[in-house]
Write a new protein. Structure first.
Length: 95
């Protein structure tokens, strides 16, 4: 299970978050939450899903996020705050 809550720094520039082998959301309570200064974008390495997630879990982007690769193969709530973007290589597979 992954539970990662990130908070970016203030100022310009970007934040980079990586994990060897990428992040795997493999549990119903897995959560990736991105918050921080609106001037920054989070650059995130590979993220994949291997389990259906509960409501309020999954990916919560209160900040702009760019994924190297995001592969969603399960029921995964995706909460993107108003005015924010999620970008990068995104693959949505049938659940």
């Amino acid at each position: 299970m992954v539970v990662l809550v990130t908070t970016g720094t203030t100022g310009s520039g970007s934040e980079t978050i990586t994990a060897t082998g990428g992040f795997v959301l493999d549990n119903a309570n897995s959560l990736l939450k991105f918050t921080g200064d609106s001037a920054n974008t989070f650059n995130v390495s590979t993220v994949t899903t291997t389990a259906d997630m509960n409501a309020g879990k999954g990916i919560d982007a209160d900040q702009n996020v760019q994924f190297s690769t995001l592969t969603v193969s399960n029921i995964t709530p995706l909460d993107i705050a108003s005015g924010k973007t999620v970008s990068g290589t995104v693959t949505l597979n049938a659940a």
